[in-house]
Design a protein around this ligand. Sequence first.
Ligand code: FAD
Ligand code: DLZ
Length: 510
Amino acid sequence: MANLILILGDQLSHQLSALEDADKDNDRVVMAEVHDEASYTNHHKKKLIYIFSAMRHFARELEQQGWHVHYQHYHPDNPEQSLEAVVSKLAAEHRPERLITTECGEWRLHSQISQWHEHLGIPVEIRPDTRFVCRKQEFADWAKGRKQLRMEFFYREMRKKTGLLMTPEGKPEGGQWNFDSDNRKKWSGKPPAPAPFRVEPDSVTREVIQLVEEHFPDHFGTSEDFHFAVTADQAQAALEHFIDFALPCFGDYQDALSDHEDWLFHSILSPYLNTGLLDPTDVCQAVAQAWYSGRAPLNAAEGFIRQIIGWREFVRGIYWLLMPGYAKENRLNNQRSLPWFYWTGETKMRCMHKAIDATARNAYAHHIQRLMVTGNFALLAGIHPEDICDWYLAVYIDAFDWVELPNTLGMVMHADGGYLGSKPYAASGKYIQRMSDHCQNCHYRVQDATGEKACPFNALYWHFIDRHRDDFANNPRMAMMYRNWDKQPDERRRAILSRGEWLLANLEQL
Ligand code: FAD
Ligand code: DLZ
C-alpha cells in the first residue's frame, strides 16, 4: 500500500484535500466509527445517527468510484476504540509510506493527530481544510494589530473576496453591506412556515438507528422520526427546498420565535455544511442566484450569505486564533451548574420548555432559540461556561467544537471579554414577548419583575446588569440600561434584586 488516507466523520466531501492526487489503485482510505468519538460528549441520538449514516453512505460512494476503503462499523467490543488505534493497526499491517489527512475541526482531536507521527512510525501529512472561504492564516493576518475584531468588517472582506452580491464596480448590491434592520419581524403565523425537507431513512440509516438505540440508549434526545439528508445529493435537494420555500421569508423572520413552529424559515443546512455534504461557497452562490433571478428579496439573500461567509467563517477564525486557552475563558466568573431542566425540558418557562423540547425531538433549534432563549438564560443565571458549552456540543446535530465553542462561550456567555460581540446578548422577558407568542401561554407573567409568577428573565436580567456593573457600565452600548436601572426607586431595585437572588438560589424549581 502506498498511503493511508484518513477521512473523519465531518469530512465527507469528494473534494477533500486529503483525497487530492491520491492513487486509487494503491492508496487505502480509512474511515472508522469509534467509541472515543461517539462518547466524548452526550451526543444527541440523532447526531450519532446522522454522522454514522452519512459516513456509511460516503464510504459506499467512494467504493463505487473505485477506492479501497477500510471501514470500521461501530461495536462496543471493537478492540480499536479510538481513531489512533484503528490507524495504528492498519499502519502495522500494511506498512504504508505515510498517513494523509485533512486538518480536523477541533482542538481536542487535532492535538492528538499532530502527535501521531511519534507513535505510528510513519510520517503524518496534515493538509489544510479547503472547505472554508478564509484560511486560518488569512484570518490571523486580518486580526493582527486590530484592537477589536468585528464580524461586520471581516464579512465585507469576505464579500469582496468571493464577489458574492457585489456589483461589477466592486460595490455591495443594493448599495448597502447589511440589511439587518429589515430582518426583525415578529411572525404571527402568516405566511405559513414551510414543512422541513425530509428524507425517509433507507436500509443503511435504519440499521444505524437500531445500532444507536441498542448501544447509546441513555444519550440525549430521541431517534424517532429521523428525516435528515445523509448524502450530498440529498443535501443538495435540501438546499433547493430551502431556496424554493423558505428563503423568500428567511430575512424577514430571521429573529422570530414561535410557540407552534420548530423550524420557521431557517435553512436547516448546518449539519450538511459542517460535515462536507454541502460546500459553503456553492450554497451562497445558489442563494445569490435566487436573488438575481427574482426568486428571493435582497434582505433574505444578504442575511443568509452573511451568516455563512460572515459569522460561520468568523467564529472559525476566532477558534483557531485563540485555542486552546479560549475554552477555559470565564471572564464573568460564572460558577453555577447547569439546571437539570436543560436535559428534560421540564420547566414552567414556556420559551425554555419549547426550545429544549424541540432540541430533544429534533437535535435542532434555530439560532434565536439558541441565542436569546437557552443561551440568554444561561448568561443571566451565571452558568459556568464549561457546563453550558458541553450542553450545546451534545444536543445539536450540527455541533462541532470549532463552531459551537465561540458561539456559546463568546457570543452567548460573553466569557471571552467581547471578541464575539461588543456587548452581551442579555435580554429580559420583554424581548421574548416582542419576538414571539410564547408569553401568552406561559405560567409566568412577562409584565412582572417581582412576585412569585413574575417572568424569571426579568429579575435575572436586572440582577445581571447590577452584579456586572464593573464589567459593563463603561460600555457605551450598555449605558442606557444602567441609566434605566439607576433611575428606578431604591425600593423597587431592592425588590427586583431580592427576587433575582431567590431565582438564582432556586434555578431547579423554575
Ligand atoms: P440558518 O438560520 O438557516 O443560517 C444559515 C447558515 O448560517 C447556518 O446553516 C450556519 O451554517 C450559518 N450560521 C448562522 N449563524 C451562525 C453562527 N452564529 N455561527 C456559525 N454559523 C452560523 N452552528 C453550528 O453550525 N454548529 C453549532 O454547534 C452551533 N452552536 C451554536 C451555539 C449557540 C449558543 C448559538 C447562539 C449558535 C450556534 N450555532 C451553531 C449557530 C447557529 O445557531 C446555527 O448555525 C443555526 O441555528 C443552524 O441552523 P440553520 O442551518 O437552519 O441556520
Ligand atoms: C462527532 C463524531 C462522532 C459522533 N463519531 C465519529 C466517529 O465515529 N468517527 C469519526 O471519524 N468522527 C466522528 N465524529 C466527528 C469527530 O468527533 C470530530 O468532531 C471531527 O472529526 C472534528 O473535525
